[in-house]
Design a protein around this ligand. Sequence first.
Ligand code: GDG
Length: 489
Amino acid sequence: MTATPNTGCAGEKNMLDGKRLVLVSNREPYVRKQGPDKGHFERTTGGLVTALDPVMRRCGGVWLAWDPGGDPALPHRFEVPESGPTFTLRQVPLSRGEVRRYYYGFANRALWPLCHYFIDRCHFDDEQWNDYVAVNRRFADATAQEAAREDLIWVHDYHFCLLPRMLRERRPRGTIAYFLHIPFPAEEVFKILPWRREILEGILGADLVGVHVPSYVTDFLGCCERLLGAKVDHGAKVVHWDGRQVAVQAFPIGIEVEEIEGIASAPETASRARRIRKNLKESKVVLGVDRLDYSKGIPERLLAVERLLEEAPELRGGLTFVQVAVPSRTRVQEYRHLKRVIDELVGRINGRFGDSSWQPIRYLYRSLGRQDLIAHYLAADVAMITPLRDGMNLVAKEYCAARVDEDGALLLSEFTGAAEGLASGAMLVNPFSVEGTANKLREALELSPNERSSRMKLMRAHVRDTHINVWLQDILLAASKIPGADCIG
Ligand code: GDG
């Protein structure tokens, strides 16, 4: 059953029935500013925070997150956001060594590449695993301190696969939900992980396991059945484990559509979009926006743009590819290497085709302000969102929400969760094929205004139907139906 979009706070609060939401994620929603303004908080960037901050602002409760390099002697509970506090941020201090081994190590050099099918990038290291266990345990203790018996505990993402089980040991009758923001891979890939059993058992401490799309549900159930020997009801999508029933469901995450539409409709955003186009000499604009991550397929995308410029010389001088790459995980070797690869490719392509008045690639290695980002969405003729693998991809949805003018084409990788819902309007591509992507890009650039508009209308309708409120309410509804739930409903 799907909730009605935009019922907002009232619907969610009813489902929580006065109980609190205790949310756990690695990334903090607000971070203390550096420099003279130190002591104040600003919101962080990234898919998870973009999705969950509005939820917590509406529902209230406690959000536990890491404090990397944090001093355990300093205060770790704050009311946020500063402009009008609605929830508590509880920071869990981690030492630099723990951050190195748990976060940059096991989470981002074992689980992240594994779940995104980059087997050759996986590093399995016992020390990193040990710190992953220790940090999950620290969070289990902190969460148990914060959560009353009847609260709904909601654990997020691959950093905390062990946490549901650890919390179950501390709260045998508590209600625990878990949501994985990245893909759950096929069994043949997942079984490579030396700690596959511990990870599955950890997640199965939850009552409700949420993933983005049905294929991840199928893969997770298959792993529980064949790698753990658990009894699985594939029809009901339930794992029988440890005397409990664990429901596994797809909840495709969405965005706060009105926030984006509001910014996109503001006259200043439209005039910023016009300035962007003017600065690009009114050429056709193709846009990529990603964290700088190998899963996002940025080099492959650059190669496709290069191929198109080779094959369609008439586009030279009249097409600009703008790539916004937000710095990410810069302490991980693979990410530093990727940055060098991209720098070199951009240089090579600009050197090869550019001249004193035109550069085919504009590469912005930084995070843009929210309004500037949305102005870029509005300025683009084509958004080129071609990850090699992506759990969902919120940028694709934000691009459609921003197109209040119902214009703009979307070139979307078939290996994103977003492709399942946006397929009717997007042009789907296999990003591993340079030639195929170049051809599709050309087709996208040549779509008639009518075709662009009818495709965009379909995609905007889907984005509205899968609003972040729908995601939240569907999860709360599913949590309220957990047999024997002490909380909600
Ligand atoms: C993970 C999963 C899943 C990006 N550049 C700027 C900026 N952003 C914001 C976007 C968007 C978010 O970052 C990126 O979200 P994605 O979903 O595209 O990707 P991940 O960060 O990898 O997120 C992903 C997501 O979790 C949610 O479950 O969809 O599959 O990998 O919101 O707007 N924001 C600003 N400036 C930028 O330059 N202000």
